[in-house]
Design a protein around this ligand. Structure first.
Ligand code: 5GP
Ligand code: ZN
Length: 139
Protein backbone atom coordinates (compact mmCIF):
# COMPACT_ATOMS: atom_id res chain seq x y z
CA UNK A 1 0.00 0.00 0.00
CA UNK A 2 1.41 3.31 -1.16
CA UNK A 3 1.33 5.53 1.91
CA UNK A 4 1.87 2.81 4.49
CA UNK A 5 5.14 3.34 6.33
CA UNK A 6 5.72 -0.39 6.93
CA UNK A 7 4.98 -1.24 3.28
CA UNK A 8 7.58 1.40 2.41
CA UNK A 9 10.05 -0.23 4.79
CA UNK A 10 9.30 -3.69 3.29
CA UNK A 11 9.86 -2.27 -0.21
CA UNK A 12 13.17 -0.74 0.93
CA UNK A 13 11.95 2.79 0.17
CA UNK A 14 12.50 3.81 3.79
CA UNK A 15 15.63 2.58 5.59
CA UNK A 16 15.32 0.25 8.56
CA UNK A 17 17.60 -1.92 10.66
CA UNK A 18 16.57 -5.38 9.51
CA UNK A 19 16.80 -8.29 11.90
CA UNK A 20 15.18 -11.07 9.86
CA UNK A 21 13.59 -11.38 6.44
CA UNK A 22 12.03 -14.10 4.32
CA UNK A 23 9.48 -14.02 1.52
CA UNK A 24 6.54 -13.55 3.92
CA UNK A 25 7.71 -11.60 6.96
CA UNK A 26 10.16 -8.89 8.00
CA UNK A 27 11.54 -8.07 11.44
CA UNK A 28 13.29 -4.74 12.08
CA UNK A 29 14.23 -2.55 15.03
CA UNK A 30 11.49 -0.22 16.24
CA UNK A 31 12.57 3.40 15.84
CA UNK A 32 11.35 4.21 19.37
CA UNK A 33 13.56 1.58 21.11
CA UNK A 34 11.27 1.46 24.15
CA UNK A 35 13.98 -0.80 25.55
CA UNK A 36 17.28 -1.81 23.92
CA UNK A 37 16.49 -4.20 21.07
CA UNK A 38 12.76 -3.38 20.74
CA UNK A 39 11.83 -5.17 17.51
CA UNK A 40 8.79 -5.30 15.23
CA UNK A 41 7.69 -8.38 13.28
CA UNK A 42 5.40 -7.67 10.32
CA UNK A 43 3.78 -9.66 7.53
CA UNK A 44 4.88 -8.51 4.07
CA UNK A 45 1.26 -8.60 2.99
CA UNK A 46 -0.45 -5.32 3.85
CA UNK A 47 -3.11 -6.11 6.42
CA UNK A 48 -4.46 -3.61 8.96
CA UNK A 49 -4.18 -5.75 12.09
CA UNK A 50 -5.03 -9.17 13.55
CA UNK A 51 -8.74 -8.35 13.39
CA UNK A 52 -8.48 -8.42 9.59
CA UNK A 53 -5.83 -11.12 9.21
CA UNK A 54 -6.35 -14.46 7.46
CA UNK A 55 -5.51 -17.65 9.33
CA UNK A 56 -2.73 -18.37 6.81
CA UNK A 57 -1.05 -15.00 7.35
CA UNK A 58 -1.40 -15.38 11.12
CA UNK A 59 0.02 -18.90 11.02
CA UNK A 60 3.09 -17.71 9.13
CA UNK A 61 3.57 -14.54 11.17
CA UNK A 62 3.16 -16.07 14.61
CA UNK A 63 5.24 -19.11 13.68
CA UNK A 64 8.25 -16.81 13.29
CA UNK A 65 7.96 -15.48 16.85
CA UNK A 66 9.71 -18.08 19.03
CA UNK A 67 12.95 -18.18 17.03
CA UNK A 68 13.05 -14.39 16.75
CA UNK A 69 12.29 -13.94 20.45
CA UNK A 70 15.00 -16.41 21.47
CA UNK A 71 17.55 -14.73 19.18
CA UNK A 72 16.64 -11.31 20.58
CA UNK A 73 16.94 -12.61 24.15
CA UNK A 74 20.39 -14.05 23.42
CA UNK A 75 21.64 -11.00 21.53
CA UNK A 76 20.53 -8.52 24.19
CA UNK A 77 21.03 -10.64 27.29
CA UNK A 78 17.57 -9.56 28.47
CA UNK A 79 16.14 -12.07 30.95
CA UNK A 80 12.53 -11.38 29.95
CA UNK A 81 10.39 -10.01 27.13
CA UNK A 82 6.93 -8.64 26.43
CA UNK A 83 5.36 -9.62 23.13
CA UNK A 84 2.62 -7.14 22.38
CA UNK A 85 0.15 -6.52 19.58
CA UNK A 86 -2.14 -3.47 19.40
CA UNK A 87 -5.34 -3.55 17.35
CA UNK A 88 -7.04 -0.23 16.50
CA UNK A 89 -6.40 3.23 17.86
CA UNK A 90 -8.15 2.72 21.18
CA UNK A 91 -5.75 -0.13 21.90
CA UNK A 92 -2.71 1.98 21.03
CA UNK A 93 -2.25 1.09 17.36
CA UNK A 94 -0.61 4.00 15.53
CA UNK A 95 0.67 2.28 12.39
CA UNK A 96 -2.10 0.48 10.52
CA UNK A 97 -0.04 -2.35 9.06
CA UNK A 98 -0.17 -5.34 11.41
CA UNK A 99 2.87 -5.78 13.63
CA UNK A 100 4.01 -7.55 16.77
CA UNK A 101 6.25 -5.78 19.27
CA UNK A 102 9.05 -7.72 20.94
CA UNK A 103 10.20 -5.68 23.92
CA UNK A 104 13.17 -7.06 25.86
CA UNK A 105 12.92 -6.42 29.61
CA UNK A 106 16.04 -5.85 31.67
CA UNK A 107 14.81 -4.77 35.11
CA UNK A 108 11.51 -3.92 36.78
CA UNK A 109 11.92 -0.13 36.89
CA UNK A 110 12.46 0.42 33.16
CA UNK A 111 9.43 2.72 32.84
CA UNK A 112 7.20 0.11 31.26
CA UNK A 113 4.07 -0.71 33.15
CA UNK A 114 1.66 -3.30 31.81
CA UNK A 115 -1.21 -3.49 34.24
CA UNK A 116 -4.49 -5.33 34.03
CA UNK A 117 -7.06 -4.25 36.57
CA UNK A 118 -8.76 -7.21 38.19
CA UNK A 119 -12.45 -7.35 39.03
CA UNK A 120 -14.38 -9.69 41.29
CA UNK A 121 -15.60 -12.48 38.99
CA UNK A 122 -19.35 -12.88 38.47
CA UNK A 123 -19.54 -16.42 37.13
CA UNK A 124 -23.00 -15.95 35.65
CA UNK A 125 -21.80 -12.99 33.61
CA UNK A 126 -18.59 -14.83 32.68
CA UNK A 127 -20.57 -17.85 31.53
CA UNK A 128 -22.79 -15.73 29.29
CA UNK A 129 -19.79 -13.95 27.82
CA UNK A 130 -18.02 -17.25 27.07
CA UNK A 131 -21.18 -18.56 25.39
CA UNK A 132 -21.52 -15.42 23.27
CA UNK A 133 -17.91 -15.59 22.06
CA UNK A 134 -18.20 -19.29 21.43
CA UNK A 135 -21.33 -18.74 19.29
CA UNK A 136 -19.50 -16.09 17.23
CA UNK A 137 -16.61 -18.48 16.57
CA UNK A 138 -19.02 -21.12 15.24
CA UNK A 139 -21.10 -18.76 13.08
P1 5GP B 1 1.82 0.71 17.42
O1 5GP B 1 1.67 1.91 18.32
O2 5GP B 1 1.05 0.89 16.12
O3 5GP B 1 1.56 -0.60 18.07
O4 5GP B 1 3.36 0.66 17.04
C1 5GP B 1 3.92 1.33 15.96
C2 5GP B 1 5.43 1.34 16.17
O5 5GP B 1 6.05 1.67 14.95
C3 5GP B 1 5.89 2.35 17.22
O6 5GP B 1 6.53 1.68 18.29
C4 5GP B 1 6.85 3.25 16.43
O7 5GP B 1 7.99 3.60 17.17
C5 5GP B 1 7.21 2.39 15.24
N1 5GP B 1 7.53 3.14 14.04
C6 5GP B 1 6.78 4.16 13.50
N2 5GP B 1 7.39 4.63 12.39
C7 5GP B 1 8.54 3.90 12.22
C8 5GP B 1 9.58 3.94 11.25
O8 5GP B 1 9.60 4.73 10.30
N3 5GP B 1 10.60 3.05 11.41
C9 5GP B 1 10.62 2.16 12.43
N4 5GP B 1 11.67 1.32 12.50
N5 5GP B 1 9.66 2.10 13.38
C10 5GP B 1 8.63 2.96 13.27
ZN1 ZN C 1 1.37 -1.71 4.76
Amino acid sequence: MENCIFCNIIAGEIPSCKVYEDDQVLAFLDISQTTKGHTLLVPKEHVRNVLEMSEDTAATLFARLPKLARALKKATGAPAMNIINNNEELAGQTVFHAHIHLVPRYHDNDGIEIKYTTHEPDFEVLGKMAEQISREIQS
